[in-house]
Ligand binder design. Structure first.
Ligand code: SAM
Length: 340
């Protein structure tokens, strides 16, 4: 049986977990893993390549070795299995960019004020996830692709046979960020046209991804507030991914009700997000840890349950969602049809 007792060791590890985060973030941002990608080197050589101080580099490399992100052997430092695939920027499985999101000052500064957010029951930040044009969303759009792409593939798979039979596939990607959800549909379906809705400061990033994915000629911009901007349409697919948890169930439901008339009668809505299940928090930690970020960073946001999503969907005029899991990630994809 798993030992769940709180121990001195577990508490001391928790108190210092931020050091691990800082080491990973520094290793990525200074290019340490790229510098070691060609093979092991000593600290002085690494310092020369990084343009950093030899003493600072030696201390950093030994600390990275202490947490297993680098291997040390006789004073030479190299990459262990996994780091070569996940932390070297040229690798197709590169995950390092996510430090600019998950280990960013934006998130850390918000979490420093968790106690105040708990007392108030929502954000105390002057600038936060609901601030129009928040700069964090530019970093998110630039760097969160590695996690979004596999989830977008699951969503595209879920729609594949239905989409293939359609002459048109007009897609509205609401709060699109990087745009991976709509852009993946465009890559898979040559008839697809994608309308990308987000704040004006984010859409240039979406356009860059569209260029890279070869679908920029089928991307259209809808800059503005998703609660106010004219939606155009109607659309065959409306995608609302990883944004409803910014709001209470009531406000998220209002957004879905606003979007519903923009969906063609035989169209579909696709939701993506963490979902809260019935398992105790210790058995399914991801949604609870994510809700902590929402508490510090939004007025009323938190992770919703699948029944809550179904309530919002049916109240807005959709069927309940068909649920698809994403291998290795805690996201769920929900696909629903219009009923009215
Ligand atoms: C967590 S990101 C989700 C991005 C993408 N849909 C995904 O699934 O990864 C939230 C996005 O919502 C956008 N956003 C937040 N509030 C918005 C609003 N009121 N109107 C338009 N976009 C908004 C942000 O700019 C950001 O790009």
């Amino acid at each position: 049986m798993k030992d769940t007792a709180v121990s001195r060791e577990s508490l001391l590890a928790m108190m210092q977990a931020y050091k691990t985060t800082s080491l990973l973030r520094t290793g990525v941002s200074m290019g340490v893993f790229d510098c070691l990608a060609e093979g092991p080197v000593d600290a002085d050589t690494a310092a020369g390549r990084l343009g950093a101080d030899p003493r600072g580099t030696r201390i950093l490399l030994n600390a990275l070795a202490a947490i297993g992100l680098v291997e040390e052997d006789g004073g030479r430092f190299g990459l262990p299995a996994g780091a070569d695939r996940l932390l070297v920027s040229k690798s197709p499985g590169y995950l390092g960019d996510m430090v600019h999101v998950m280990a960013s000052d934006w998130e850390w500064d918000a979490l420093k004020r968790l106690d105040e957010a708990v007392r108030r029951g929502g954000t105390v930040m002057d600038v936060h996830a609901e601030t129009p044009g928040y700069e964090y969303w530019e970093d998110f759009a630039a760097y969160a692709v590695a996690v979004a792409r596999p989830t977008a593939e699951v969503a595209a798979d879920a729609l594949a046979s239905w989409a293939a039979g359609r002459e048109r596939l007009d897609v509205l990607d609401v709060a699109c960020g990087h745009g991976m959800y709509g852009l993946t549909l465009a890559q898979r379906n040559p008839q697809a046209q994608v309308w990308a809705l987000d704040w004006p400061n984010v859409l240039p990033l979406t356009e860059q991804h569209a260029e890279r994915m070869g679908v920029a000629d089928r991307l259209h911009r809808l800059p503005g507030d998703m609660f106010e901007v004219p939606l155009g349409g109607p659309y065959d697919v409306v995608m609302v991914t990883n944004v409803l948890h910014h709001f209470s169930e009531e406000k998220a439901g209002e957004l879905l009700a606003r979007l519903a008339p923009a969906v063609r009668p035989d169209g579909k809505i696709v939701l993506v997000g963490f979902t809260l299940g019935d398992a105790p928090p210790a058995e399914d930690p991801a949604p609870h840890l994510f809700s902590i970020l929402m508490l510090t960073w939004t007025f009323e946001g938190e992770v919703h349950s699948v029944p809550a999503y179904d309530r919002m969907l049916t109240a807005a005029g959709f069927t309940r969602g068909r649920r698809f899991d994403v291998p290795g990630l805690a996201f769920r994809v929900l696909v629903a049809d219009r009923t009215s």
